[in-house]
Design a protein around this ligand. Structure first.
Ligand SMILES: Cc1cc2nc3c(=O)[nH]c(=O)nc-3n(C[C@H](O)[C@H](O)[C@H](O)COP(=O)(O)OP(=O)(O)OC[C@H]3O[C@@H](n4cnc5c(N)ncnc54)[C@H](O)[C@@H]3O)c2cc1C
Length: 299
């Protein structure tokens, strides 16, 4: 099938894109932003969406790029998955190695070369890796609209299956991951290789100097309307030693709370346990480094 006819503009700046979207909205016309086209083009071809106007962000290079610094990792909305996957930025790998690792799990190479981080977040597929990590790591999304910029937390941005806090004339400009969680890990199961996963789980643990869990983040995606952190399961982990039993108890509780049942529930519990184990292994490697640094502080 071919798309229904639409008008097309390719603005040179983010402000021009917003202006085009606002003009369409005021005139009562439906407009859609085009980024990598990996989700939107199939929808257009099936005529599942029939916008009057397409606003192509492809000529707005300012929206692309990775900035890693003291304020965390900031990724421009138009940055392709493959750019994150292949990034050689040492700060990115030191602070959040899970970001390039997760990017490498998305689809197959052509999808990762064209598809963008912002497109994935705006598309808000309940199982998308970027959405899961945004929730796990309390990411902040910067949106630009006719009234200027606003920053929205990932939890408030992702409202449900393909539903976000984006207003009709707004675009997503960048996503910021403020939390340095070097031990974060993501594991997933996809029934078909190169497809979006059925279930994905992510965890980020920090160990205290005595090897107990000092802080825990745990999140699940796939069987839910949107990715969710599970604070009651996280609370079970605080102050305990990482291990099979504590992880199994937290994972079982998390799967129960999210309502994942049957095979999906079992799969969710297994993946949550594995994400915790991977994160704990990383945290254990990092813990002595932190202790060494503390000892080096002059008194
Ligand atoms: C075969 C295949 C396998 C895939 N596997 C996975 C997978 O394993 N994991 C995964 O997460 N995804 C997967 N995807 C989806 C892929 O990651 C897409 O890249 C992503 O969902 C959308 O990104 P895009 O840049 O292509 O956005 P587009 O398709 O261009 O846009 C998607 C939606 O977001 C909106 N949008 C895009 N950018 C912005 C912006 N900056 N501001 C506001 N709105 C915006 C568009 O209007 C549209 O509604 C797969 C896709 C295919 C075709």
């Amino acid at each position: 099938m071919r798309p229904a006819p639409f008008d097309y503009v390719r603005p040179a700046s983010a402000a021009e894109a917003v202006w085009a979207l606002a003009g369409a909205h005021t005139a009562g016309r439906e407009a859609r932003v085009l980024a990598g086209g990996q989700s939107l083009v199939p929808l257009l071809n099936r005529r599942a969406v029939r916008p009057d106007l397409i606003v192509d962000l492809g000529r707005v290079p300012a929206l692309s790029g990775i900035r890693a610094g003291r304020r965390g990792i900031r990724i421009g909305a138009l940055t392709p998955h493959a750019t994150v996957e292949r990034s050689t930025d040492t700060e990115l790998h030191r602070r959040l190695p899970v970001l390039p690792e997760a990017a490498a799990l998305i689809g197959q190479l052509p999808v990762r070369v064209r598809g963008t981080v912002g497109g994935s977040l705006a598309h808000a597929d309940p199982a998308a890796e970027w959405c899961l990590l945004a929730v796990l790591l309390s990411a902040e999304l910067t949106l630009l609209g006719p009234d200027g910029r606003r920053v929205v937390g990932a939890d408030a941005f992702l409202r449900g299956r393909h539903r976000t806090a984006l207003r009709p004339a707004e675009i997503l400009v960048e996503v910021g991951f403020p939390a340095a969680e070097p031990a974060a890990a993501l594991v997933e199961y996809a029934a078909q290789p190169g497809r979006i996963p059925e279930v994905a789980a992510a965890a980020a643990l920090v160990l205290d100097a005595d090897g107990r869990i000092g802080s825990a983040r745990l999140a699940l995606a796939g069987p839910l309307e949107r990715p969710m952190r599970i604070p009651a399961a996280e609370a079970l982990l605080i102050g305990v030693r990482p291990g099979r039993e504590s992880f199994a108890a937290a994972a079982a509780k998390a799967a129960r709370i999210t309502g994942a049942s049957g095979d999906l529930g079992t799969l969710a519990a297994v993946l949550l346990r594995r994400a915790l184990a991977e994160s704990a292994a990383r945290a254990a490697v990092l813990a002595p480094v932190r202790r060494e640094r503390m000892e080096l502080v002059p008194v």
